[in-house]
Design a protein around this ligand. Structure first.
Ligand code: HEC
Length: 161
């Protein structure tokens, strides 16, 4: 009686372990197949992002923008989460969450893609988000000045034009 019970429990344990292993392998396969960018990040990157209004596309970064303040927003302060979680601390799009997203977070270090993304365009998407993607709107949590600060940080730290 008792030994039968123990056997049943053992069999159950083996099944659970097998199931967990399958899940772990599937998870690994998913994350490694979704990310083909290596350390440089995917480049060029497919991009279907909506364009900002023409006057904003051409706008330049205000002289008062502060890259140091922008760095803090990028790495830590932004809500609901720091930009680096998706865009990566190196701006290559390889953040912890970013790797699994479709479309992928913008790789700011890819000149081929970033030549289509002006500072004003960045400002507009950071403020309003890109519908249907992981890029949420920050217009309610960051002031315009703070958005320009983070644009200045991205522009000076990651983008090569
Ligand atoms: C949850 C993940 C996530 C977070 C957090 C996030 N982004 Fe993004 N970001 C994305 C994705 C995904 C895209 C690509 C959107 C698309 O393809 O239209 C993107 C695109 C962008 C772009 C490119 C816009 C364009 O026109 O190509 C900029 C600039 C940007 N993000 C800045 C930021 C900044 C600054 C923060 C923090 C305040 C931030 N992102 C936080 C996922 C994220």
């Amino acid at each position: 009686m008792i030994s039968q019970k123990i056997n049943r429990i053992k069999r159950f344990e083996i099944k659970v372990t097998a199931l967990l292993m399958v899940l772990a392998l599937a998870g690994f396969g998913f994350s490694s197949s979704a990310w083909a960018g290596g350390d440089k990040g995917p480049c060029p990157q497919p991009r279907k992002t909506k364009s900002a209004p023409a006057n904003l596309v051409k706008a330049s970064i205000p002289a008062s923008a502060n890259a140091e303040a922008g760095k803090k927003i990028f790495e830590k302060k932004a809500k609901p989460m720091a930009c680096k979680m998706c865009h990566g601390i190196k701006g290559n799009g390889a953040g912890k969450l970013g790797k699994a997203l479709k479309p992928q977070p913008r790789n700011f270090t890819c000149s081929d893609t970033m030549k289509k993304v002006s500072p004003g365009q960045m400002f507009w998407i950071i403020k309003n988000g890109s519908k249907g993607t992981g890029m949420v709107a920050h217009g309610k949590t960051l002031k315009d000045k703070q958005i320009w600060d983070v644009v200045k940080y991205i522009e000076t730290e990651f983008v090569k034009r």
